[in-house]
Design a protein around this ligand. Structure first.
Ligand code: ZN
Ligand code: MN
Length: 488
């Protein structure tokens, strides 16, 4: 039976490391790449009797993320002990939030450009929004590194502020899941609460996936997938697992609820442990921390709330008369969006500036493998170049030559480079003379234009451009020719 006879339901639990200076319940610094077990104290080592203290910055960041995702925040929240035993957590409980988390509800919009490139032309549910169940704030555990006969534990990560974002099982394909992760990442990076880099472990996700025959309302039995270390691995793992589950159901073997892991080298999912029921973690309120009134945090988050990617797209479309696609490309990266807005300041041709940024600047940055933050050319310099081209002082092709040189000589103005290259606009009497010649020697096209076919003027413009050796401005030449030939 083809896969179209089955419905797929995917839900995610995403853990995101917050960009706080210090840990969640102690004042140890949060830094990566330090020698193991050097950023620790009795609290984050979980020594008996150590008392936790709350990091207000982490609460503020979580509430801000919640505001951006449309969550509500209960008036009072509290922390709970989630009890279980593992070597990376010696106190035998994780400080987390149970019934009163910082954020409830909310949603993640799936941005078009967040889908895998090859799937952007065939989006099944354009404009889809995925609902969130909750976001809570907890502490990270230590990092274990498993070797053949022993395991090493590094507590530098232990106690780092971790936001857990839980979605409803509303994603219906591997491609939607990729879009969800990329869109969520984009919003988190925009708000500055996390760098959310999956490769660095700053964003980690567990994926629940189930299949069921079309028409069946009750969700199928879910498998939880672990060990997904990149967004492309999430896509591969899900496509493999969806096919596998459908195969099992087809063969009459019911799915058993369990945790599986993705083996990226082999390219398949493998059973890890069975899971009869939800774990009983015996949550109970943390007696060493007082509940927190959230009103001041909500107020502050409202005050510093940044514009979201899709809000920026809408504003760019309206303010600069650029297409939805172009606006989305520019808004995908907050730094790029800011760069563009600086370039467009006071420009008379914002649409042209957008074209130059998307078609030329991004290509050049790409070729040099650098980001917009390291772009040697300043926004005002690009704006000056666009102005130079739009005013007709240099042609479009000459503009591109200047642009290429600007990357080598970012201190020089486009005007200076234009002069050096001899890109002086031909004076109009010279151009008039060339137009006279061209009109005299092309009776056919001239007659067509005079008969009302303005498109035929393109050929004449081309001839003028050729004879002027590219010095003439095609737009001006077109106007000059039409002025002379257009039937009145
Ligand atoms: Zn500590
Ligand atoms: Mn968690």
């Amino acid at each position: 039976m083809p896969t179209t006879d089955y419905l797929v339901s995917i839900g995610l639990e995403v853990h995101v490391q917050l960009k706080t200076q210090s840990k969640m319940f102690c004042s140890c610094p949060v830094r990566f790449g330090e020698a193991p077990n050097t950023l620790v104290c009795p609290i984050c080592l979980g020594l008996p009797g150590a008392l936790p203290k709350l990091n207000a910055g982490a609460i503020e960041m979580t509430v801000l993320a919640g505001q951006l995702l449309g969550c509500s925040t209960p008036e009072v929240v509290k922390w709970d002990r989630k009890n279980y035993f593992y070597a990376d957590m010696p106190k035998n409980y994780q400080l987390s939030q149970y019934d009163l988390p910082l954020c409830l509800g909310g949603e993640v919009p799936l941005y078009e450009l967040a889908y895998p490139k090859d799937a952007q032309k065939s989006i099944v549910h354009p404009g889809k929004v995925v609902r969130l169940t909750r976001i809570h704030l907890e502490e990270d555990v230590a990092k274990s590194t498993h070797h053949a006969t022993y395991t090493l534990v590094d507590f530098n990560r232990s106690g780092t502020a971790l936001m857990e974002i839980v979605s409803e099982p509303e994603l219906e394909s591997a491609e939607e899941t990729v879009a969800y992760l990329n869109s969520l990442r984009q919003i988190l990076v925009y708000s500055g609460v996390s760098d959310a880099d999956m490769e660095k472990g700053q964003l980690r996700c567990d994926v629940n996936v189930s299949v069921r025959p079309k028409g069946q309302e009750k969700l199928g039995t879910k498998i939880e997938l672990k060990n997904l270390n990149s967004i492309s691995a999430v896509r591969r793992a899900l496509n493999y697992e969806i096919d596998r589950q459908i195969g099992e159901v087809e063969a009459g073997r019911p799915i058993q609820q369990a945790t599986w892991r993705w083996n990226d080298e082999v390219g398949q999912t493998e059973p890890m442990r069975s899971k009869e029921d939800a774990h009983d973690y015996r949550y109970f309120p943390e007696p060493d921390l007082l509940p927190v009134r959230t009103a001041p945090f909500v107020e502050r988050a409202r005050a510093i709330r940044p514009e979201l990617p899709h809000e920026k797209v809408a504003r760019f479309e309206a303010s600069y008369q650029i297409s939805h696609y172009d606006a989305s490309v520019l808004a995908a990266d907050r730094a790029l969006a800011d760069w563009f807005e600086q370039a467009v300041q006071g420009s008379t041709a914002p649409k042209k500036v957008a074209n130059w940024v998307i078609n030329n600047l991004l290509a050049e940055l790409n070729a040099r493998s650098i980001g917009i933050a390291d772009c040697p050319v300043s926004p005002t310099t690009l704006a000056a170049l666009v102005e130079l081209v739009e005013s007709g002082k240099v042609s479009n092709n000459q503009g591109k030559e200047i642009f290429a040189l600007l990357f080598e000589r970012p201190q020089d103005s486009p005007e200076v480079i234009a002069k050096e290259l001899g890109f002086e606009p031909a004076d109009s009497s010279e151009i008039e003379a060339i137009i006279d010649e061209v009109i005299a020697s092309n009776a056919g096209p001239v007659a067509e234009v005079m008969g009302g076919n303005e498109k035929a003027a393109n050929f004449l413009v081309g001839q003028v451009m050729k004879r002027s050796k590219g010095k003439a401005n095609p737009k001006q030449v077109t106007e000059m020719i039409l002025l002379r030939l257009r039937p009145s």
